[in-house]
Design a protein around this ligand. Sequence first.
Ligand SMILES: [Cu+2]
Length: 317
Amino acid sequence: MAKRKAALYMTMIALAGMLAGCGEKSANTSDTSASEHEGHQQTSPAAAPEASNSGDAHSGHTAGEEKAESDNGHGGHGDMDGMEHEQAIAQVKWSFQSGQPAPGSETVIELKVTDAADAPIEKFDLNHEKLMHLIAVSSDLSYFSHIHPIYESGGKFTGKETFPAAGSYKLFADFIPTGASQQTVSTEMEASGQAAAKVEMKADDELVQTIEGQKVKLALSTTKAGEEAKLTYTFEDAESGEPVKDLEPYLGAVGHVVIISSDLEKYLHVHPLDEASAGPEAVFATEFPEPGLYKIWGQFQRGGKTFIVPFVVNIQA
Ligand SMILES: [Cu+2]
């Protein structure tokens, strides 16, 4: 398949959200039953969450509403098939069907998508096989989940997520209202209980990991902000050392990469240059907007199983 310019697209938002400065690490990652639950991952050590006073301290913190930012014109990747920069046209009202999310139990997240005049947006385009992609991360980025809320009607989506521990999370929804550019809307929320200390994020010394039988290396063409950075993943069978050539399409492409800055302000969703690759390489191009620490999650599939490879990189001025 020809390299698709469109595959270069990325979403970036920089929003002025406030963040309660606490996060948590914990066990409990086992939630693979829901069919829309494509990715779920945790990289931090376990700690027992201590549930307490969920009744008062955080009530009223279960819904949010924020405007989307259109991704056009941001980040230097202007090749959005010639589309002009568009203002954000969508907003989302977030709520949780059972009130404030409690760690360890399934939460139904409701998203009501409206236009600037508060009228429901009811038509969406498929984007990599889904109408909406939703990324949930803990505020220290130790927890990452990628789910696909289901469209109900009247602009409403619902998605299921089990937050593993008490503390702050940020949710990013991306979607394309028919006739508009891709929108990314985020909100911050708390899972009830006493949050443990944040896991401090550190840049990886070596960008190589063995995950579920694959040895995965990541090479960056540059670690400077504001330059086009090619991200090249190379896959090897961990046992035999043979190059992996049978990666499977996951949501229509060899892989998906989500990048979030350590301050949670920058969100990049990047698709591969050659979506049809089956390995041993998967190449992505993006641009880190500012210096700082970023966490990069690559999602891939082989042998019918999806797996997530996280790396932390330090981007320089
Ligand atoms: Cu998705």
